[in-house]
Ligand binder design. Sequence first.
Ligand SMILES: Nc1ncnc2c1ncn2[C@@H]1O[C@H](COP(=O)(O)OP(=O)(O)O)[C@@H](O)[C@H]1O
Ligand SMILES: [Mg+2]
Length: 217
Amino acid sequence: MSTSGQPVYAERGVFVCFEGGDGSGKSTQSRRLAGWLAREGFHARLTHEPGDTLVGAELRRIVLSPETGELSDRTEALLYIADKAEHVDTVVWPALNRGEVVITDRYVDSTLAYQGAGRILDVGEVEAVARWATGDLRPHLTVVLDLEPEAGLGRFEGRDRIEGESLEFHQRVRDAFVAMAAADPEHYLVLDARSDIETIETAIRDAVRPLLAQADR
Ligand SMILES: Nc1ncnc2c1ncn2[C@@H]1O[C@H](COP(=O)(O)OP(=O)(O)O)[C@@H](O)[C@H]1O
Ligand SMILES: [Mg+2]
């Protein structure tokens, strides 16, 4: 939680997050959004979790490498959350303070979905730790690319530790993303990830455009 116990939304800069299952199009759409923003003259900082800091890259290797083998569920959650703390402090806030548009491929909701709903840890407990670690900084907009797990996993080959989980696990993850969006419609956009890439891209631009008054060119 923040010191005030309230979610924190940056007053300068714009914070956009992409969430959704594996293969739902997060990397595709986050790159496209960053490209469009740059062409429009904004400073877009494309980033991702886990792994976009020096310590985060180490944490990412541990949590995703099949060589890691079994990890206690709590250990896994804490490693992901440590990555977030480092990411928010050293990447996200500095860019927001410069008036940039920060686009992150995954954020807190992924940990709530994968380590909470997926692993069946107590989601409220995981959330309390994740909110503490991130100072409860929230995206102005989270885009959920919604796709049945079978379709997403079918879009690529090779499985990391998380992608190799059961279909039931991935179904719980999907349901968790949709439920989080439904609970806070002001800050979420849920899109059908089966639509074509350009249709999704246009819907995302339409949702981001009104937020750009807070961003510097
Ligand atoms: N709307 C879409 N329809 C069909 N294929 C898509 C769509 N969006 C992305 N893809 C393809 O699906 C694969 C996974 O997309 P990616 O953006 O890497 O997903 P994620 O980052 O969510 O895992 C890529 O091969 C990508 O080209
Ligand atoms: Mg990706």
